[in-house]
Design a protein around this ligand. Sequence first.
Ligand code: SF4
Ligand code: SF4
Length: 187
Amino acid sequence: MGGDILTELVYTRRELCRTCYTCVRECPAKAIRIENGQAEVMSDRCIGCGNCTRVCSQGAKVYLKTGDRVEELLKGGKVAAMIAPSFPAEFYDMDSGQFTGMVRALGFSSVYEVAFGADLVADAYKELVDIRKTQYYISSDCPSIVNYIKYYHPNLIDNLAPLVSPMVAMARNLSCGKGLVADCRNK
Ligand code: SF4
Ligand code: SF4
């Protein structure tokens, strides 16, 4: 893996690639090319949707994992965990109290649900559409959709809602103690 680790969200484990072209065909952003016999991700075109990691039967497409960075953070002091509201789908065999206890046992000092960030953003969206009734908006919650529009449909950028995602709204709320409607805006 070369290049900037922060921009290479998805990359190829070259030794596993069998050059079957499946990921090339399935990439919605045409961000994979065959080079030197392997399917390489072009990070400047990749929107980070993760579809290639799903369709590659060889396990050759992988996404950036940052567990080691989290472990370093946990050694350094108080760290809050923000949990996606979809967590019961993965941890269906435990209740929320058990799950919270498990996260705290890993070393996190507090545990929050990103669902609260979604509430903050929902209020901001309502305000937005109430004020500008003639404008059509595309939700900017999903980074892949935002990247797709920025890279491939820049004429629609003005239609992206000028609001941060629930995750960012929640992080702002935790880090600065504010983060209500005004803090959910990108600008
Ligand atoms: S789907 Fe996997 S094995 Fe096939 S070309 Fe892409 S990375 Fe290689
Ligand atoms: S993550 Fe999505 S956009 Fe990026 S290379 Fe894979 S399929 Fe293409």
